[in-house]
Ligand binder design. Structure first.
Ligand code: ATP
Length: 257
């Protein structure tokens, strides 16, 4: 993998002493009826950190995000954002507070143009000049979107739609970005581009929780990682260490231990 896919200095190194996480999950349990999908997990994301949550199909990664954003009720435990308990708060409130999610499958509005999709991302904002400036910022991050600004989103490639979904979420000026499997269904070259963008957004100071099945790439770009299995966190630590961990290598990186 190219050297460009390396995270910036970890915030723990940048701002020694600030240990209050921006996001903390405390003993979080999320269930679908009788099915316990998330079984009491603890997870933190520090300010400015890029943290990944990896695991196989059905491990409970997406459900964890749904618990954070109130899309699926939390059975027990807490979601603490910026020091405040936000457990069960509706998504629109969270967007106003700087928490944005790019869902799996992307969810762009196919019948709307790129520009219109970006405008939708800024629906909570009233500062029109700021919004216009941020559209240009998104176009700087994603020049492909600028070229196609009047094209409808439904006609974009999968990778371009992923970029648009990320750009749209940036329009709400998030402090914390939750990314659900941005590499899903993309060709390798596109995956590389999307991850480069994740790093650029991180370098701009946005805190990121990245959910990924592509464990190798996710660990390469992140500062810290959590491994999830059957609704539980089984391993956690520095991403570089996890990349070298024999158990992680055997289970998720296709390498023998
Ligand atoms: P993937 O990478 O395949 O998206 P994941 O780690 O995100 O997997 P989840 O989608 O969170 O996993 O699913 C965790 C468990 O919860 C799985 O056993 C799944 O079958 C179950 N589950 C997910 N959504 C529902 C639902 N709406 N109703 C019932 N069970 C569900």
């Amino acid at each position: 993998m190219s050297a460009s896919l390396t995270p910036g200095p970890s915030p723990a190194m940048r701002e020694r002493g600030d240990v209050t996480p921006l996001l903390a999950l405390e003993k979080l349990c999320v269930a679908y009826g009788g099915i316990q999908a998330v079984k009491g997990i603890d997870l933190t994301v520090g300010r400015g950190e890029l943290v990944c949550l990896i695991g196989a199909n059905g491990a409970g990664k997406t459900t964890t995000l749904k618990g954070i954003t109130g899309l699926q009720p939390v059975r027990s435990g807490r979601v603490v954002y910026d020091g405040e308990d936000i457990t069960g708060q509706p998504s629109f409130r969270l967007v106003q507070r700087g928490l944005a999610m790019v869902p799996e499958g992307r969810g762009v509005f196919g019948g709307l143009t790129i520009e219109e999709n970006l405008a939708m991302g800024a629906y909570t904002r009233r500062d029109r000049q700021g919004v216009a400036a941020d559209v240009e910022r998104v176009f700087e991050l994603f020049p492909r979107l600028k070229e196609r600004r009047r094209q409808t989103a439904g006609t974009l490639s999968g990778g371009e739609q992923q970029m648009l979904a990320m750009g749209r979420s940036l329009m709400s000026k998030p402090r914390l970005l939750l990314l659900d499997e941005p590499s899903m269904g993309l060709a390798p070259l596109m995956v590389q581009k999307v991850f480069e963008t994740v790093l650029r957004v991180s370098a701009e100071g946005v805190t990121i929780l990245l959910i990924e099945q592509n464990a190798k790439l996710a660990l390469e770009v992140s500062h810290r990682g959590y491994v999830m299995e059957s609704g539980e966190i089984t391993l956690a630590g520095d991403s570089k260490q996890l990349l070298g961990d024999p158990a992680v290598r055997a289970a998720y990186l296709g390498a023998s231990a």
